[in-house]
Design a protein around this ligand. Sequence first.
Ligand SMILES: [Zn+2]
Length: 523
Amino acid sequence: MNPTIQLYDATLRDGMQGEGMSLSAEEKLRVAHALDELGVALIEAGFPASNPKERELFELLASEQFKNAEIAAFGMTRRRDAKASEDPALALLAESVAPVCTIVGKTWTLHLEKLVKVDRAENLRMIAESVEFLRGEGKRVIYDAEHFFDGWRAEPEYAIACVTAAAGAGAETVTLCDTNGSSLPSQVAAATTAVIEALGSDVRVGIHCHNDAECGVANSIAAVEVGARQVQGTINGCGERTGNANLISIIANLQLKLGYECLRDDQLARLTQTAHFVDELLNFTPDPNQPYVGRNAFAHKGGMHVAGVTADATTFEHIDPALVGNERALLVSELAGRASMLEKAATIGLELDEDAAARVLDKVKILEHEGYQFEAADGSLELLLRRETGDYEQLFELESWSVVVEMEGTGEVSTQATIRILIDGKRYERTATGNGPVNALDGALRAAIVEVHPHLREIELVNYKVRIVDEAKGTDAVTRVLIDASDGNAVWGTIGVSENLIAASWEALVDSLECGMLPSHAK
Ligand SMILES: [Zn+2]
């Protein structure tokens, strides 16, 4: 049997140290449930009282049920020259609802000497007595050895003494932290091997890496390969500076490449949706190039690749995308052949005969000549295919729209848009203001449409990109607008092209709402 790996998610505590990261207590609770569904064993929720928001989270957690996960509260070793039982921060950990407490302590002599000015023997007592105290209070304890690898490279005997103190005091896991993200895989493997030899088999060894040398994932894997059995990381690698080790890639690599047991197969298939969910909640656009779960992770361009993948996927794909809940995206471009068009149609459940495929391909070529580019506009491509097969219903009929942008002498700018459309023969005229022409048009259009299709209210425009394209042949420069829209779950891209920026935006905007009506998106 393959060894089982205990997954420890640090998104809600360590991950929140990153730039632009902010979640309310309720949102953190939603992340916790998504992590539970995914199947992680431990969720680091934070310090039970470091601020009112975290206190609120622990109050909410007190009444929650989880299927797979346990909550870990996070804190640090006792203060120097004081009793553990009299340390107010340790008392809060002891009182918290979490069955598991993770405490972090010093390992690196440089920190002891230069930073905290604690002598070596007292640091060892701080580690042992803090673990002992929490054990005595009925908690299971994970000891996070901060700066372990820097400490080990400076003074290996002392670094080992620190983790031995934690293990001897009853920690169930001793986790080695590459806090500065400074290490390389061979160094992590050597140090982890030394710890496992020193501690024996009574205590689990864990790994917690940061990505400063872009080795967060590789270092985590290196530690597991020499015997670490707990992996800490964050969803999509969010975290301070360049981030924590990306748990998403770690899980996929350990399970699919090395045969370790991290998740059940049905849980592994939730990897993509979990990664996107966390990004959306943080208001980040999911990285299309993220390994395993990105929209382009299994995208193929060029006749050779497309033909190869269609013949046998293993010729150009490192794993079956369905295993991690992703799907193959065949990029359509001037290079692509008829096969890729048929394949794209099949993935959205459309029957496309050879003639129709040829017609769509001709159409794509003409549009690309005009400045369109469908690789980031899967939504617009789907609409194009549907129009060709007749499996398409127009959302509304446009009579006209207008936009007025006005600037006062004071510099204040206001925008107002008016649309006139017909839906099922009924006429709607709506006006909206906005922070710009596209926002105002979106507001006016949405005001009319949601009366008939209320679920389109859920759709958010998450990304808006404009590029001036001068490579379009035979015409003057045109404006290309790309919009990413999301219903909170799926994300789709649409495109508009025109010599007029607002007209291009309108085209992409209408496509994004029409996509929201498609069977694959409609609720
Ligand atoms: Zn960390």
